[in-house]
Design a protein around this ligand. Structure first.
Ligand SMILES: Cc1ncc(C[n+]2csc(CCOP(=O)(O)OP(=O)(O)O)c2C)c(N)n1
Ligand SMILES: [Mg+2]
Length: 376
């Protein structure tokens, strides 16, 4: 097979130095400090993206992002009243990443991600009803109420989790991509993970194998700049994550994760590389989570002002403003979508509330060990 030279490209808002390394001071909130010229350039880039897409696609992307946002706002409410228990990691602020990337693949393609996965699961085609019921720990949930927030899974839509071990999904996704190549299908695998997972050995071993064996896997690092309460610059020596692809000769891009169409475009390029030539890609998508690491995070490691600066570039606000500006959707059309999405989420809550608790016998189903034999 021909050897290729990687050409890491940079798109998006980041200010990179000649070495590609960010300076320590600007690392904290580079996205939030766009100068006016940069903001104009971003706007122009987004305008040209609009021109290439039809109204139905633009509208569906908005609906998906809003559904993810409203679904999680409701989940937070249900969590605070004790209806949802256990761990619960919300994705609010990061919606452009999952929705933009998943809009670039088809039903047959695979998605694997971490425990912050409600939006990915719904975007891949899982019903909000089954995701909400799983959050409630009810029998109608996709994992029959036994997985909870971190373990969404649905093989009907090729959504293979929901993984609680940081970086655990990276070798699994690499294996899925190996299987699809072995079977000579044209399916691609999207593997999402946080930036803290990049410090795991599993990330490096997987990227090495993916390029060596030419696997159709797209590694999407959702760099929200924190792993629990630890900021990226306190944990990682080379903070320009897309550069890590060079060590394995993998193509890479840096993407503005607050711009849903930029994420979609970068993923489309990676999908083409994967489908046509069985080549992997690493995308570093810079984003920010507006909520705590999980519902029990007191958030002492960052200031309200920092969060508010990032909220100025809320991906939903940016996208809806562009939809209006470009004449794709009017205020009343945007409102109508919001009403419909809220009704859909209310329905999911009703479904979860009415769904029964798992039966006690469920303790013995879907497990690897046979409890009867084990007791003999
Ligand atoms: C192997 C492993 N080590 C530690 C943990 C505890 N832990 C859970 S989430 C997390 C931070 C992960 O951050 P990141 O990968 O950036 O994802 P994010 O939560 O920001 O989406 C850690 C250390 C774990 N679940 N698995
Ligand atoms: Mg993170």
């Amino acid at each position: 097979m021909r050897k290729r030279t990687p050409e890491p490209t940079r798109v998006g808002a980041e200010d990179t130095s000649a070495t590609g390394l960010m300076d320590q001071d600007s690392a904290e909130d580079a996205d939030a400090r766009l100068d006016p010229a940069e903001a104009e350039a971003l706007k122009a880039a987004q305008k040209s993206r609009f021109a290439e897409l039809d109204r139905a696609t633009l509208q569906s992307i908005y609906r998906q992002m809003l559904l993810a946002r409203r679904f999680e706002e409701k989940s937070a409410e249900a969590y605070s009243t004790g209806k949802i228990g256990g761990f619960c990691h919300l994705y609010i602020g990061q919606e452009a990443v999952a929705i933009g990337a998943i809009s670039a693949i088809g039903k047959d393609d695979y998605v694997l991600t971490s425990y912050r996965e409600h939006a990915h699961a719904i975007a891949k085609g899982m019903s909000p009803d089954s995701v909400m019921a799983e959050l409630y720990g009810k029998a109608g949930g996709c994992s029959h109420g036994k997985g909870g927030s971190m373990h969404m899974f649905d093989k009907e839509v090729n959504f293979l989790g929901g993984h609680a071990i940081v970086g655990g999904q990276i070798p699994l996704a690499t294996g899925v991509a190996f299987a699809t190549k072995y079977k000579e299908t044209d399916q691609v695998t999207l593997c999402f993970f946080g930036e803290a997972a990049v410090n795991q050995g599993a990330f490096h071993e997987s990227l090495n194998m993916a390029q060596l064996w030419k696997l159709p896997c797209i590694y999407i690092c959702e760099n929200n700049q924190y792993g629990m309460g630890t900021s990226l610059e306190r944990a990682m020596s080379l903070q320009d994550i897309s550069q890590k692809a060079c060590a394995y000769e993998i193509a890479s891009e840096f993407v503005d994760g607050m711009d849903v169409l930029a994420v979609r475009e970068a993923t489309l390029r990676a999908v083409e590389r994967a489908r046509k030539n069985y080549l992997p890609t690493l995308l570093e998508v810079r984003t920010y989570r507006f909520m705590g690491h999980s519902m029990s995070d007191p958030g002492n490691y960052r200031t309200r002002a920092e969060i508010e600066r990032h909220q100025e570039r809320d991906p939903l606000k940016l996208y809806s403003a562009s939809l209006k500006e470009e004449g794709v959707l009017s205020d009343s059309e945007l409102q109508k979508i919001d009403d419909e999405v809220r009704a859909q989420v209310e329905q999911a809550v009703r479904f979860a509330e009415e769904s029964p608790q798992p039966a006690p016998e469920e303790l013995f189903t879907d497990i690897y060990a046979d409890p009867i034999q084990a007791n003999e």
